[in-house]
Ligand binder design. Structure first.
Ligand code: BQF
Length: 293
């Protein structure tokens, strides 16, 4: 079993981005600039946004955090989005999800200029991705592809089972891995809450991508020997012995599954860190006008 080390890999990629930023500055260019918008006081969201801002600082990007109370109106939030769309000093921005119930997240996502949509959630980017045009790829799927590619994991011809069909992980991941590309060329099965005999599907998988949001959902009896297991779950479970009072666990029963795998991602220290680094990669691509010219 080899660990797919998100800590090591995300740091390696950050080092590479930092070198690129230093070159840009040495040539008299300005810093790439990422802005995050955070609404409300969800503690998980606060910690995600903080780690995104900190990552920007580490690679030499300019960054800003726009914080608003949870009672901000949808209209006011859409005005912030509009201002960021029109601000030439901003290469990319994200609106941290989830949003409060009175705000329609689809409306907000669709208000973002696709050229600055470094989260890759806008339907234009998802559509371009689907037909293989240059696009900002959604951060988590992009991070997983980067991981598979940097560890030279063969995907072509493999049976890949994805568990969970969310718009930001399972669905785009299923499209990306079934495309004629590298990584790609998988035979993909997308499992979800209505799937019958899910365990039979999972047992056939060469590559398992777990994005369900349930702690320890994937157990050892479901995993074929030699499988590659990618754990996207970030579940907070109570742990009174920890100073924060909780710990992060994935969707995979790591302890019992790991010995069966060829490769497996840990939680924490796996896919989550790659998600954050994807945002940096997309922001650099925006700065360079690589996607939309
Ligand atoms: C780690 C996210 C669900 C809903 C909205 C590192 C992150 C998480 C875990 C992180 C996530 C999850 C993010 C670890 C960003 C990933 O070491 O295990 C980093 O910051 N993430 C988000 O912005 O919104 C979410 C999950």
């Amino acid at each position: 079993m080899e660990l797919l080390d998100g800590k090591y890999l995300s740091q390696t990629i950050k080092d590479e981005i930092k070198i690129e930023v230093d070159k840009i500055l040495a040539d008299g260019g300005r810093k790439p600039h990422l802005v995050a918008v955070l609404v409300g006081e969800n503690p998980a969201s606060q910690s995600y946004v903080r780690s995104k801002v900190r990552s920007c600082e580490q690679v030499g990007f300019g960054s800003a955090l726009i914080e608003r109370d949870s009672d901000i109106s949808e209209e006011d939030l859409l005005n912030i989005v509009d201002d960021l769309n029109n601000d030439d000093s901003v290469d990319g921005f994200i609106v941290q999800l989830p949003l409060p119930d009175h705000i329609d997240p689809d409306k907000v996502t669709m208000a973002i200029d696709p050229k600055k949509d470094v989260d890759g959630f806008h339907p234009i980017n998802l559509g371009r991705m689907t037909i293989g045009l240059p696009a900002y790829l959604p951060a988590t799927p992009n991070g997983i592809l980067e991981m598979l590619s940097r560890y030279n994991i063969e995907t072509s011809g493999k049976e890949c089972v994805i568990i969970g069909r969310s718009n930001i992980v399972g669905t785009p991941m299923s499209i990306l891995l079934s495309r004629k590309s590298d990584p790609g060329n998988c035979t993909v099965t997308l499992c979800h809450s209505r799937t019958k005999d899910m365990v039979d599907h999972i047992r056939r998988a060469d590559i398992i991508i777990a994005a369900i949001g349930r702690p320890n959902f994937v157990t050892a009896d479901m995993v074929k020997k030699g499988a590659v297991v990618i754990d996207v779950g970030i579940n907070r479970v109570d742990a009174p012995e920890r100073k924060r009072g909780y710990k992060l666990v994935g969707d995979v029963d790591f302890e019992n599954v790991a010995p069966l795998c060829s490769y497996i991602t840990p939680v924490p220290g796996g896919v989550g860190l790659m998600t954050v680094v994807s945002l940096l990669m997309n922001t650099l691509r925006s700065y360079r006008k690589e996607v939309y010219g």
